[in-house]
Design a protein around this ligand. Sequence first.
Ligand code: PLZ
Length: 431
Amino acid sequence: MPGSDELQKRRAAAVSRGVSSLIGSYVDHASGGTLTDVDGREWIDFGSGIAVTSVGNANPRVVEAVRAQVQRFTHTCFMVAPYESYVAVCEQLNALTPGEHDKRSALFNSGAEAVENAVKIARHATGRPAIVVFDHAYHGRTNLTMALTAKNMPYKHRFGPFAGEIYRVPMSYPLRDGGLDGASAAARALNLVEKQVGAENVAALLIEPIQGEGGFVVPAPGFLPALADWARAAGALFIADEIQTGFCRTGSWFACEHESVVPDLVTTAKGIAGGLPLAGVTGRTDVMDAVHPGGLGGTYGGNPVACAAALAAIETMRELDLAAAARRIEAVMVPRLRDLAQRHPAIGDVRGRGAMLAIELVSPGTTSAAGGPAPDAGATQAVANACHEAGLLVLTCGTYGNVMRFLPPLVITEDQLGRGLDILEDAFHKA
Ligand code: PLZ
């Protein structure tokens, strides 16, 4: 196997520079909580391939399910010749997503595709055009989902024109909105919807219950329930984008559960299938079945290999109680992050839930146009680089590029978690 330096050269001559990578090392193999690169160096994984490998990389049960499925058949297209595992994944999604009501699901390939389909379904079922999204939102990179995503660079810059009938309103962001309580933050957003869009034109409110790419923003308590209540009264749908938060990541199967919010539609992807590409839209039967037969689909959506992987991953989450594992990760990490914040005033906030945690880096004592203390993207990058040099894979995020996020696989060992946190602490001392 060629080394990373050689692979970088080949890549530069073959791969579009529009696709970039966080690190310059190429992966040879990976397991529970670590990656090993082609030069034999081991990395502690605090990213899980962006919240995907929750059951661990190359989880043995997922590997075996995939192996068995590729031997039986690799693809038929569910729209042509159906198979059991697609049905079984939909049964699991209907049972696991919030709410005891009757549900139906449909499967797709990627998170963006699931969000696009949720929007199609919501518009079709309500007969209304408007989709309301929030500041800092991330919903994907396709044309419709770019319109739903907030941040210009790198996601949208010069990729327009974008789809219409998308309206953006302020998010609840306690560090940056003066600590507005959830009800007030919801009233601020919904007042704009009523005045500028008109409640009767709204097909759906679409929101990540904890924002992912936008900065791991946890809305103030009461914000999500107030939005869901308004949607119900207005005859609009409440769509929870649980693509990053779902499947035990936040310490429960879905993040909406923490506030007892029951969405009309839920989008899922990432953690669902242990690393294979699969996504879903799940929701109220009357909404999902409003669509005419043949109105939803695609060649690969719910591919049998991905479905087999999903069934194995879900079984693993259930058996190992990975929601409890996420809560244990929170219990280990949050005290150490708080302690670090005590010693480094640049850490302006420690937040998140379960194994979806973050620190936001700021210039202490300042105020800024972003609301709250000035974001410090430079320091964030410097700490992330120091972590990478020391073998800890951490990701950054946020509208201002100043949030360091932690998404370890839920099966990470206590020892790996501790070593990762040691590296992070060291990086702060050095940076
Ligand atoms: N909705 C909430 O987090 C994907 C994107 C990384 P896809 N987030 C990682 C990048 O820079 O492209 C995501 C998400 C939420 C939708 C998506 C989109 O999911 O599977 O990447 O299409």
